[in-house]
Write a protein that binds this ligand. Structure first.
Ligand code: AMP
Ligand code: GLY
Length: 423
């Protein structure tokens, strides 16, 4: 079959890598792709936010199956457009993508199905929000309601911080995403992520992972899109996973179906775990980046069968074949990330690295210039390895990192520390 993946990150490179290994995949196209993706798939350049352009491309290229990677085209209704054109699609409708695109909407769904999550209040004007914060007291978490590329969350550990957060959001720091705020109880605990496929009715957990959001070793410095991840996340035990499925995920999927907006795609549940119990921090309606890379490394070619079963509504019959393995990925970012970065630095040494089912460098912000790989983004490479143990995966991933010659980039040296006990 002819398959089109939308996106250009390490997430989409890893999806392409896994899907390509499945014999059902005849032709693989990624739009817009990147330099790493171009080594294993065709890259096409059209606007993935433009539903007419996506549908036209699919029709002209006899695309049988579309996989949508990032949240922005999902929230913009690209999956609605391709499905309306009769093209099999993996990814939720715009109505179901509200689970990521509106934090207030997710809270209302949690209320409707009694899913455990942080207590909250929701405001459309700064004065009312400030009165609430002053009455309630810190710590509180202040969130822009809409999509803010992972940046719209401000920790109000003290009252002045919380009040300043409200001014920042209503002051336009996150654009239209900050027209409304959600103010949440601060939850303590350890975060981990659970990934679940849903065809609108059935739910199939496909793995757990833990991200590293802060830019620096020891979880210091500003938040980023994620500096590394590993899977499985031991903090998410089988018992906690079952509790999260029973109290959070299945009720959410049932509530979305009841409202006539079934969720079809991958649900990424960010969970806060404390005393053996999980509460929902947030939903995303797509794979995490870089969490996808460790999941793809562990799942391999079967991913295409799972995504197809999800899109076709056959998830009740689908099974995940698990190996007792571990995967870990280290993000290499351009110097300056998550602030302003310089573009164009040359990355050497990639050609000498092994590329197999245990070792893969997935590209994010890369391009090819005069035969050399150059950095053109913030997060640039995700260096990913698999092994019988997390230690083995960790050793392999950092051996690859150390063989990459890129003075223009950096990475964290402690990915996996919570599970590895690196201290
Ligand atoms: P979100 O975009 O909602 O996932 O928030 C980004 C990050 O902020 C999360 O991954 C958590 O680390 C943190 N966070 C969000 N909400 C809360 C909360 N209610 N309590 C504690 N930490 C939170
Ligand atoms: N790594 C976090 C995310 O994809 O949202």
């Amino acid at each position: 079959m002819n398959i089109l993946i939308l996106g250009s990150g390490g997430r989409e490179h890893s999806l392409a890598w896994a899907i390509k290994q499945n014999p059902k995949c005849d032709r693989l196209i990624v739009a817009p792709g990147n330099a790493g993706i171009a080594m294993l798939a065709e890259c096409a350049d059209f606007d993935i936010m433009d539903s007419a352009a996506v549908v036209t491309f699919c029709e002209e290229n006899a695309v049988d199956f579309v996989v949508i990677g990032p949240e922005a085209p999902l929230a913009a209704g690209i999956a609605d457009a391709t499905r309306a054109a009769g093209i099999l699609t993996f990814g939720p409708s715009a109505a179901a993508a509200r689970l990521e695109a509106s934090k207030a909407f997710t809270k209302q769904i949690c209320d409707a199905c009694a899913a455990p999550t942080a207590g909250y209040a929701h405001f459309a004007d700064a004065d009312a929000a400030k009165r609430y914060v002053t009455e309630t007291g810190a710590p509180l978490v202040i969130k822009a309601d809409g999509l803010a590329a992972g940046k719209g969350v401000i920790m109000g550990m003290t009252l002045p911080e919380a009040l300043a957060g409200i001014d920042e959001i209503f002051g336009g720091a996150f654009g239209a995403a900050g027209a409304e705020v959600v103010i949440e109880e601060f939850m303590e605990g350890e975060e981990a992520s659970l990934f679940i496929l849903s065809d609108g009715v059935n739910c199939l957990p496909i793995g757990t992972a833990q991200d590293h959001k802060r830019v620096g070793d020891g979880d210091t410095g500003p938040n980023t899109g994620g500096m590394g991840a590993y899977s499985p996340a031991p903090v998410l035990t089988d018992a906690i996973m079952e509790q999260a499925m029973a109290q959070i995920v299945r009720p959410t999927v049932a509530e979305m179906a009841r409202r006539g907006t079934p969720f079809q795609g991958v649900l990424y549940a960010g969970l806060m775990i404390k005393d053996g119990h999980a509460r929902l921090v947030e939903y995303n309606v797509r794979f995490g980046d870089p969490e996808c890379q460790v999941l793809m490394m562990r799942l391999g070619a079967q991913v295409l069968d799972l995504l197809l079963a999800c899109a076709q509504g056959h998830l009740a019959r689908a099974k995940v074949k698990w190996a007792e393995d571990h995967a870990l990925t280290v993000v290499m970012a351009a110097n300056g990330y998550p602030g302003k970065v310089e573009k164009g630095s040359v990355i050497a040494g990639l050609g000498d690295l092994p590329e197999d089912s245990f070792n893969m460098v997935f590209h994010a912000g890369t391009a090819t210039e005069a035969g050399q790989i150059t950095a053109i983004g913030g997060r640039v490479l995700t260096v990913t390895a698999r092994g019988d143990s997390l230690h083995a995966a960790h050793r392999r991933a950092y051996a690859m990192v150390d063989a990459i010659d890129w003075p223009g980039g950096f990475c964290r040296r402690d990915i996996g520390w919570r599970a590895l006990d690196l201290g």
